[in-house]
Design a protein around this ligand. Sequence first.
Ligand code: F6P
Length: 408
Amino acid sequence: MLPRLIANCRLPIADLMRPLIAQIGNRQLAIGNVRLGPMFGTIGILTGGGDAPGLNAVIRAVVKTATCEHGMRVIGIEDGFEGLLGPTRTRLLSPSDVRGLLPRGGTILGTRNRGQFVERACEGTDRDVESVYQEAISNMKIVGIDALVVLGGEGTLTIANEFDKRGIPVCGVPKTIDNDLACTELTFGFVTALDIATEALDRLHTTAESHDRVMILEVMGRHAGWIALHSGIAGGADVILIPEIPFSLEVVAEKIRSRDVSGSNFSIIVVAEGALEIGHELVYQDKGDAHHAPRLGGIGQHLQQDLERVTGRETRCVVLGHLQRGGRPNAFDRMLATNYGSAAVRAISKGESGVMVALQAGDVVTVPLTEAIKGIKTVPPDGQLVRTARDTGISFGAADEGRYHKSQ
Ligand code: F6P
């Protein structure tokens, strides 16, 4: 392919071709009767929503693949889509700018949870909403960005899809520690968060056992129980409480009592921030508004007080919070993030748009963005992992929990 030839040629030819590539934009290029596929001169990359381990590894892979293999330029957009508004905040990213990024947590580009796209969509008229997209698109033209690679979860990718609808080539990369994006088996960042939660459970085990206490670990995950389920199994929890299976306080208390009777005088509970007690409402730290996203949290504290009251057992709660998001990605997330980043550039260079790279049956493929943002991926309550957890003695505190456990 021509971009490849240009890239492999270390002469200034790549620079000479750039204005041509920029002019061609996303149109098909033909030399004689050889069709060369859509070509883009410059990819804009941004990170949106909450950070997750592996963001920098994706940025690195995108820059290396785009510049070294496809002869494209990469422009980093700061603070999510916000960097495309007003006085734009963008910077050219070369391979030397991404050196050493593989193990680095956070995002060198900055990120925002809620920005003007969401705020104007919540508060404004359709015209206000359209004007914000048009402002961003005209700024992209001024800066010279032809296509976007967007690293984000469901909210960020919903905005990305709006750019695709307005003719901007877009490829999404699935990011979130919650692992709740549809159409992909894994989002990058999840497995690192899982390691952190599992280590916390290991540490809680020794102190719980020493003091004969009930220890509760509250983990993130929004309205999906993936972090709680996976870490609960990996960390040997006695009770896992997830949004997908509403729990009864009495059933959880009974599990603790039955452990006491069997000689285990301590118990470990992992509770997802979005877990729901039957007959109660979700527990929020902040219900949010147009400027702030709602923040779940606090269910662990409630559970601690209620369990202490009904069981009479000394109980403590630890909220793991943002420790799940900060710091170095583990080896798996570095690999997955790199694979996603390179695949995103390949998709853009082939002329795909309105897609998200996704992991399916071990391979990175592309799926329509519209499918990925249709709804979140939650834990199937009758799925294999829940079954395995129950088979190994873990209770989900369901009203009918007893029918899954022969020993109860
Ligand atoms: O989506 C990632 C996530 O960490 C959720 O698990 C959590 O509910 C939320 O973000 C916390 O957001 P913030 O960083 O705004 O507190």
